[in-house]
Structure formats: structure tokens, C-alpha cells
Design a protein around this ligand. Structure first.
Ligand SMILES: [Zn+2]
Ligand SMILES: [Zn+2]
Length: 451
């Protein structure tokens, strides 16, 4: 019998940070590893909300969606992909499951399912993110998944969103390891070490690894970040405004601690509160309760033509369950020294009513490309901060592994071949990492690699 071939094709995550879309073929079995949105590619042609893709046709034409037959919901052909594995809930790895045929199962961690479904409710349904009707099959570390003859072990990873996994995939031509996004300087580095241990044991023929931080490395940890935040909040006399990714629960806990240590309440947006409420059902996570006396929910001021605003189901649910937890701009303005307000760039107009007192500050605590809020011009933020005399602190720790940690990790796992993805610096990475005894592949988009 002829042994079946195993191949890898990279449709996204090549020379870009995010947008991972990797097709693994093992004989007749086809598995997609992540199916995320490419922010860089999208930004090349679009500038939401006024210039947005109107249909999948434009996304396909521009190559933002790869041409894969038997995959999309709008395809006439029958399903020809057996499974999609999602490593974690960031949009650059997961958003485009929106477009896949609903009969194709989507495997993801239990936490990722909660996040994607909650975001599906919160975000206005749009072309590029709609998880309605998706058949999620969830796993935890210790689960073994089987897609035809391919066996997959998901193992938890430390990253800037809870519920991130790497995969150890047994194919007919050896083991392939996929890291997804990860780091070892977070609060849960032991999870990454579990993955590395298992990957090493599997003696892989190939590893697909992220290599995001080749030119923006810093040596810091979430633990250090906590002490820095504590220091800044401790010095602030007025209100503390803080911007961070709503799905980053470790960061949420870091701000929660900084608030609590300094006698302040953490005021979260209603979207964030809803996500927290949903994630509370995940026993593996530590998420502050909305009943906690140090947690409040921000009620944004309504636009003056109020009355037209539709209150969505999730919002109503939150308002009914936690009516006494809501504070508005006036409440915050009156008790500035007691408040740490989680504040998105979309909320800048609310400053007119918050009226930050002298000695207030703004803390930016994100930098990841998946954060769509980054699309709002940085200059506009600075203009608001100048107007109100708010200094801006940037206190952030990346969700991605640092160069020497990455080198150690790869040396340890010792795969025969390394496929770097999720990086704009694949060449720098190849030179930096050479000499560790693995062949480093220069990945080309759309190219099929035989394993
Ligand atoms: Zn990513
Ligand atoms: Zn990520």
C-alpha cells in the first residue's frame, strides 16, 4: 500500500502578525489550523466603518479569504474539509470561522467557545464575525481528538487570552506540533512548560511556531507589570483611565488588584461585564465577580437623540441582574479618587462629562495587532489627553514569547523542521535561531510543503 502523503499549506500568518490559516492534509483528511482575520491585509484595502467589505466576493477577490474549495458557506460544493482547530479566541486566529460551512466541526477549548459566543452576542453581527450555527466541539488539556486517522492532543498555553492551546498532531508521516500564540513570562508559564514537555516527547518532524516579537522584545513579566500598575495608581489623585483588551483576563486581574490595593473600584464597560459574567462559568478561570464590592459597571452617557437606541438582549440581562452596580459619568466625576475606569478609545467623548481632575492619568495597556481599537488614530487619543492634561503611561507585557525564550523552547522541542509564522521577521528569526539543529523553512504563502 502506498503511504499517504502529509502536507502543510500556509494561507495566512505568512510575513504578517496574525491571520493564521494553515491547511494540514494527511491522505484524504483535511484539517485547518486556525482560521483568523488578517488585520494587515484588511487594512491594506479597507478602513472601517465607511470603507468595509460588503460581501465575501471582495474578500475572496483581494485574497483576504483564501480560495479553498468545499470550505465556505457560500460554496455550492459539498464540505471538503474535515475539521477546523482553533488555538484561541483572538480574532486573528478565529474570526473567519464565520464563513465556513456549518457542517464542518470547529474544535476549540471550552473557554474559547464561551469567548466567541459572548463576543458573537455583544458585537453587532457583521459579515466577518458571526458564529451562529457553528458546531463547536470543545476540549481541555488531556482530551484526545480524532479526525479520521489523525490524532490531536491539545495542551494549554500561557497567552494574553485565557483558553489558549497548542496542538500535538499525529499524522501518518510523523508528529506535527503547532504552538498557536504563547509566552512564558505570563502568570501561567507552567502551562507552556507542560506543552513543551509533551511536544518534546512526541519527537516531532515539524513545528509550526509563532515568532511575533523579533524586533520588539522586552524583558518584563505580568508580575512586574502588577507592581508598576500599583505604583502608578498609588500616585494618582484624580481618576485613573485604563485601556486594555477585554478578553485578557490576566490583565483584568492585574488592574483589579491595582484598584483594590489603592482603595478604588474597577469600573468595567458593560461589554466587559457581560464577558466576565459568561467566563465565571468556567471553573478553570479566576474572574472577579460582578457582585464584588470593588467592581462597578460603566453606564455610558446616552446620545442626545436618545430613544432610538435598541437595548440588546445581553445588555438587558445585565441591567436587570446588576442594576445597583451601574455608575455613570457623573458618579465617576464626583468620586474620581475612588475610581479606576476601564476605558476604550471609543469612550473618549465621555471625558466631557467625567471632567478629569488635576492629577488624573491614562494608562495604555495593550499593543497587540488584534486589538481593533488600534484602528482609531493614535493622534486623536493624544489630542484628548492634551486637552484634559492627562499623562499617558504605557504599561504592557506582550502576549507573545520573547526571542531567547523562543530559542530555548525550540531547542528543547527539537523538531526536525521549523515553520515560523505570525511574524514580520521570519528572516531575522531564521538567522537568530540557526545552529540549534533544526532545519528552518522559509514559509511562502500558498505553497504546499511535504512533510
Ligand atoms: Zn495571534
Ligand atoms: Zn493571540
Amino acid at each position: 500500500m502506498v503511504k499517504s502523503e502529509t502536507t502543510l499549506t500556509f494561507y495566512g500568518g505568512v510575513n504578517e502578525i496574525g491571520g493564521n490559516k494553515i491547511l494540514l492534509k494527511d491522505g484524504n483528511t483535511k484539517i485547518l489550523l486556525d482560521f483568523g482575520m488578517s488585520f494587515s491585509l484588511k487594512r491594506r484595502y479597507y478602513s472601517p466603518p465607511f470603507l468595509s467589505p460588503r460581501s465575501e466576493k471582495s474578500l475572496l477577490e483581494l485574497g483576504i479569504l483564501p480560495k479553498i474549495s468545499g470550505l465556505y458557506i457560500f460554496d455550492k460544493e459539498s464540505a471538503d474539509v474535515d475539521a477546523v482547530l482553533i488555538s484561541h479566541g483572538h480574532m486573528d486566529h478565529s474570526a473567519y470561522i464565520s464563513f465556513i460551512k456549518r457542517e464542518i466541526p470547529v474544535y476549540c477549548g471550552e473557554t474559547t467557545k464561551i469567548i466567541l459566543q459572548a463576543l458573537g452576542e455583544i458585537r453587532r453581527t457583521d459579515l466577518e464575525f458571526n458564529v451562529e450555527g457553528i458546531e463547536f466541539k470543545t476540549f481541555r488539556t488531556g482530551s484526545i481528538l480524532r479526525v479520521d486517522d489523525v490524532e490531536i492532543k491539545p495542551i494549554h498555553m500561557d497567552h494574553s487570552v485565557p483558553g489558549a492551546y497548542g496542538f500535538i498532531i499525529q499524522t501518518s508521516n510523523g508528529t506535527i506540533v503547532y504552538t498557536g500564540d504563547f509566552r512564558v513570562h505570563g502568570i501561567k508559564s507552567e502551562m507552556t512548560y507542560d506543552f513543551v514537555e509533551a511536544a518534546k516527547k512526541a519527537d516531532p518532524v515539524a513545528i509550526i511556531t509563532e515568532a511575533t516579537n523579533m524586533t520588539s522584545a522586552s524583558a518584563s513579566s505580568e508580575a512586574e507589570l502588577r507592581s508598576k500598575l500599583n505604583g502608578i495608581v498609588g500616585q494618582t489623585e484624580g481618576v485613573v483611565l485604563a485601556e486594555f483588551a477585554s478578553t485578557d483576563i490576566d490583565r483584568l486581574n492585574s488592574f483589579y488588584q491595582a484598584a483594590e490595593n489603592n482603595g478604588r473600584c474597577l469600573v468595567v464597560s458593560s461589554k466587559q461585564a457581560y464577558l466576565m459574567e459568561m467566563l465565571r462559568s468556567d471553573s478553570g478561570l479566576q474572574v472577579p465577580s460582578l457582585d464584588d464590592k470593588n467592581i462597578m459597571i460603566f453606564r455610558r452617557s446616552k446620545p442626545s437623540d436618545n430613544g432610538k437606541k435598541v437595548i440588546r438582549k445581553w445588555e438587558k440581562q445585565l441591567m436587570e441582574s446588576y442594576a445597583d452596580k451601574f455608575v455613570d459619568c457623573e458618579d465617576i466625576s464626583n468620586r474620581q479618587c475612588k475610581m479606576l475606569l476601564s476605558f476604550s478609545l471609543y469612550d473618549l467623548d465621555q471625558l466631557v462629562e467625567v471632567k478629569p481632575a488635576p492629577g488624573s492619568c491614562y494608562i495604555s495597556s495593550s499593543s497587540e495587532p488584534f486589538n481593533e481599537e488600534m484602528e482609531i488614530d493614535f493622534e486623536r487619543l493624544v489630542n484628548w489627553l492634551r486637552y484634559y492634561g492627562l499623562p499617558r503611561y504605557h504599561v504592557h507585557v506582550s502576549g507573545h514569547v520573547m526571542p531567547f525564550d523562543l530559542k530555548n523552547t525550540l531547542q528543547n522541542i527539537h523538531a526536525a523542521r521549523i515553520f515560523p509564522v505570525h511574524t514580520e521577521d521570519a528572516e531575522l528569526f531564521a538567522k537568530f535561531i540557526r545552529g540549534i539543529g533544526s532545519e528552518i523553512v522559509h514559509v511562502e504563502k500558498g505553497e504546499e510543503y511535504l512533510i
